[in-house]
Design a protein. Structure first.
Length: 451
């Protein structure tokens, strides 16, 4: 990185950043309190609140949101008449999945092969540290030139919408000229990227019932309707032969115009097994950024171990549908539920329940804030020009903020580049990315203040 005072300050703060990230990662802050104690999430929230207070933030508060979790808020005043920037991250994390599959304990930050491993290191506790680093670098080099609001969500991974509902009920709280969402990532490590689009999401629970109770498969199998088999038929109807998502009435042929995702790079990023084909049609960018994608997240049925020779009376599944920008998530949910009912065979009884939903998002990349970020990233990543890419994941809060504050510019950056393997085992963050993006955010705030 070319020498400049902000970059030098951030570099000097990296040991502290590692120590702080280790403290944050140690909290098992999964916002599913049936799996993990509420005290773990509360501990992380209090850690962040204390960190904001130590940086001079005012009005620091733990906001009790309608889904039973807490978001952390703070306000750092800048010069009189300055612009206001809202910095966002979230402290809740995905469950570690199979802890035995982790090379090192998931809630312990461990350095290995030049990366820092631990659940939440990139998504998104690293984003919290990134914001702190950027602000500290500015304070050490002339001061923070804008008013800064920070909001750190406590349930983003659960999709339960607590902060969204809170923001709608208190719209004055998060008003800003620009919002920086620190929950995205570079298209590739070392390639500075802003995320221009996010797919929306809907979650639907499906239950199929065919019998009053399980039956002996030898005595009744062949004529008794099998609920698990009926559910399998329904789930199979959601995909074409090539694996493309097929929900009756839902368009699925949109194309992505912009930065492309080479197929071999995608195979390597996704760790697709040799000989296994990718699914869908069109370019990879079309499939993961511009088109709907259905995923079966789980099925309730007997496990193989201990299974009995029975015809199943009931079966249940949880289905996720990602919807691209331009598609209304509410309408997509209705289409998905209608499709499931229409494709349930044998007159089986089927019930659907919507359990989560979020709209897609499209940013205005021609805004002044993007010009300020492009200039900043060009300094933080010498020789690299900022790119705009899509992201297949969802951040429902983005659309809520865009609706509440239609004149506010929203930028998405972050630490979740492909090698980070967020949501998977052995999640990690690149300290080089953390350092460079902290420099970029600091310089952005300075550039934006002067724009």
């Amino acid at each position: 990185m070319s020498s400049n005072p902000v970059a030098e300050t951030v570099a000097s703060l990296m040991p502290r950043a590692k120590a702080e990230l280790a403290e944050l990662v140690a909290f098992k802050s999964v916002a599913d309190f049936d799996q993990y104690p509420r005290s773990e999430s509360e501990g992380a929230a209090n850690w962040i609140a204390d960190a904001l207070r130590s940086e001079g933030f005012q009005d620091v508060a733990l906001l009790d949101t309608p889904d039973g979790t807490q978001s952390v808020y703070g306000y750092l005043p800048g010069p009189e008449g300055a612009k206001t920037v809202l910095l966002y991250a979230h402290y809740d994390v995905q469950p570690p999945l199979d802890e035995a599959a982790w090379t090192t304990p998931p809630f312990e930050l461990v350095e290995r092969d030049g990366r820092w491993y631990g659940r939440g290191s990139a998504d998104c506790k690293g984003g919290v540290v990134m914001h702190l680093l950027a602000l500290r670098a500015l304070k050490a080099n002339g001061g923070v030139p804008v008013h800064v609001k920070v909001i750190v969500e406590g349930s983003e991974e659960q999709g339960t919408g607590g902060l969204e509902r809170y923001a709608e009920a208190h719209p004055e709280l998060l008003t800003a000229d620009t919002i920086v969402i620190g929950d995205a990532g570079n298209f590739r490590a070392g390639l500075p990227t802003v995320t221009a689009t996010l797919r929306g999401m809907t979650l639907v629970r499906v239950q199929v019932d065919t019998l009053e109770g399980n039956l002996h498969s030898g005595q009744f199998g062949g004529a008794a309707p099998d609920a698990l088999a009926a559910l399998i038929r329904v789930l199979d109807s959601l995909r074409a032969k090539d694996g493309s998502t097929t929900v009756d009435g839902l368009a699925g042929e949109a194309a992505w115009d912009g930065l492309q995702y080479e197929e071999q790079a995608f195979r390597e990023d996704a760790k697709v097994l040799d000989g296994v084909e990718l699914i869908g049609s069109g370019t990879v960018a079309d499939r993961v950024w511009a088109r709907p994608a259905v995923t079966v997240l789980g099925i309730d049925c007997p496990p193989v171990v201990g299974a009995t020779p029975s015809v199943q009376a009931s079966a249940r599944a949880l289905i996720s549908l990602r919807v691209p920008p331009g598609v209304d998530a509410v309408g997509a949910t209705k289409l998905l539920e209608a499709h499931i009912e229409a494709h349930t065979p044998w007159g089986a009884r089927v019930r659907t329940e919507s359990v989560g939903q979020g709209q897609a998002f499209r940013a205005d990349t021609s805004s002044p804030a993007y010009a300020s970020m492009a200039e900043a990233m060009g300094v933080a990543y010498p020789g690299q020009e900022m790119q705009s890419a899509g992201m297949g994941g969802s951040i429902p809060l983005c659309n809520t903020l865009a609706s509440l504050y239609p004149d506010t510019e929203i930028l998405l950056i972050g630490l979740s580049e492909p090698e980070a393997q967020i949501h998977a085992v052995n999640e990690s963050v690149s300290p080089d990315e953390l350092e460079r993006l902290s420099v970029a955010e600091a310089l952005f705030l300075r550039n934006y203040a002067a724009s």
